[in-house]
Ligand binder design. Sequence first.
Ligand code: NAD
Ligand code: DAU
Length: 338
Amino acid sequence: MKLLVTGGAGFIGTNFIKYWLTEHFDDEIVNFDKLTYAGNLENLKDLENNPHYKFIKGDVADPDDVRVAMTGVDIITHFAAESHVDRSILAPATFIKTNVLGTQVLLDAAVEHKIKRFHHISTDEVFGSLELNDHEKFDENTPYDPRSPYSASKAAADHLVRAYYHTFKLPVTISNCSNNFGPYEHPEKLIPLAITNLLEGVKIPIYGDGKYVRDWLYVIDHCRAIDLILQTGKIGKTYLIGGLTKDISNIEVVKMICEIMNKNFDQSVEFVKDRPGHDRRYSVDWSKINKELKWKPDHDFKTWLQKTVEWYKNNKTWWKRVKSGEYQEYYQKQYGQK
Ligand code: NAD
Ligand code: DAU
């Protein structure tokens, strides 16, 4: 089987490629990535000489680039996206180009090449925001209500994928997953930002009152869910994927990181201006994928947060390089200081 993994040089794509080649070592993977600020080939250096792995640099929104990558491909797993909400507020246009137009270009190529499966990796953010102190969860029937340019662009992509299933009979599946954490995550996102700021002696910026809730999932559990959907998921269907945390606030997450790293919370954080349109709470009901495909998260938050802290401690060269150059400019724009 030959898989085209778009966005394989990013956080989840990297973990997925490593996972896949361990679990399905006879398969071939083509990693197709534009190498934006978020793409990092250093992540996959250990696979450079693996005959089952190939990298092609290209843009999902460019039909010529995509055509080159499609040769002999059976399955597409579409991870490539602009993925950071704060950047989508600073500059929405790239999000529309990559996440919406890019998905449409890829879908067209998938139809033309009669691809056996197009799996689209999406987010729980398309469902909008839940109330605090409520027991409601997102499920496969929750209406779409995206509230940031990022989530709106992902929602548009999800609609396009479903439209290609109905109109062109393209064999698609979609997964909407909650917040991932783990190795190789870009330090623009809360958990790696907190860990690396603490390691640098820089305060952790907490938006607003910090009482925002996310549903955290260790990245390998996400990869396993995608694997199961590819193997036994029903064509045309959507699966929601979520974690084991029970309404844990950003303050609590940062407190846990401070505890793991022996730092005083009050001295390590600063409360900063809130994110505009900040979604209050996410919580995912993953009972459908549990019932139908027997998936459940295997990695508990506390243990794997500790292991994630260890990974960043042991990979200082990796994140120091990521945090240099463009990141400094972004940090200045987003937080006004460093
Ligand atoms: P990321 O930002 O770490 O990586 C994105 C990758 O896509 C990078 O390697 C980048 O170079 C590549 N890319 C960007 N634009 C491209 C283009 N035009 N053409 C080709 N490649 C391009 O993102 P991530 O956190 O790994 O997220 C991967 C996917 O999973 C995204 O679709 C995201 O919406 C979705 N998702 C992420 C999370 C999460 O918590 N990170 C949760 C649910 C869903
Ligand atoms: O829910 C899935 C989504 O999770 C994915 O679709 C996105 O690609 C991914 O980036 C993530 O989005 P979030 O906006 O939830 O993640 P982020 O790490 O940016 O923020 C997590 C929470 O922490 C959120 O409530 C905002 C807050 N935060 C974030 C940053 C970067 C802060 O308080 N301070 C910060 O500096």
